[in-house]
Design a protein around this ligand. Sequence first.
Ligand code: PGA
Length: 242
Amino acid sequence: MAANWKMNKKIGEAQVFLDEFIPLVWNVKDVDIVIAPPFTALYTVSNLLKITHVSLAAQNMYHAEKGAFTGEISPAMLTDVGCSHVIIGHSERRTIFGETSGMLNNKVQSARNSGLEVIFCIGETLAEREADMTFDVLSKQINDGLKGIAPEGIIVAYEPVWAIGTGKTATTGEAQEAHAFVRKTLSGLYGKVSEEIRILYGGSVTPENIDSLMACADVDGALVGGASLKADSFARIVKYNK
Ligand code: PGA
């Protein structure tokens, strides 16, 4: 279960969240928990997570190791601050910041070279879904983004763009259909190992809908935005079905 805080929470707010959240999930040992704060809170959150079983992720990175790239952050800087994961290719990066499949493929490669686990995001827009292009879009995003990348350390997040931050979740039928397709496409790339790749669902996940989403055969977890900003709500998502 991964929390994507996006551009939310200053350092003090992150501390307040963790003070409440960690005790709530202290006993949860059978779910991998990841939190992706904004860059400015990584160092503080990293220190607070040190004695916990919760992992730290960044929301983005640049593929180069170092150099004249004003405003960017390298994979080595992320591992240095304690990140084990990085989110790559979120739809907000693709649409607002113009990140292309080629750029994302470079980022995934470079993150893996540095030992970071990658939460690689894919998903169709409403217009693409209505034009019956969902599977074409997903297959292209997977094949272009993961080209030449080994399957180890790859987590895929299926996030229909029309469901992100809108309060509209995919139905369990829609989610399962897309996840099964993602699994099939991954098996074209990787063969049998694809059965072990975790596919997260993202897009208006809440404590109310997590149980039914997790009941879908090919939904292995969730990437949560809005509902991850409150400790009790994200803890309930982590403890789905309980
Ligand atoms: P949301 O965001 O849960 O607020 O829809 C999910 C995401 O963008 O990762």
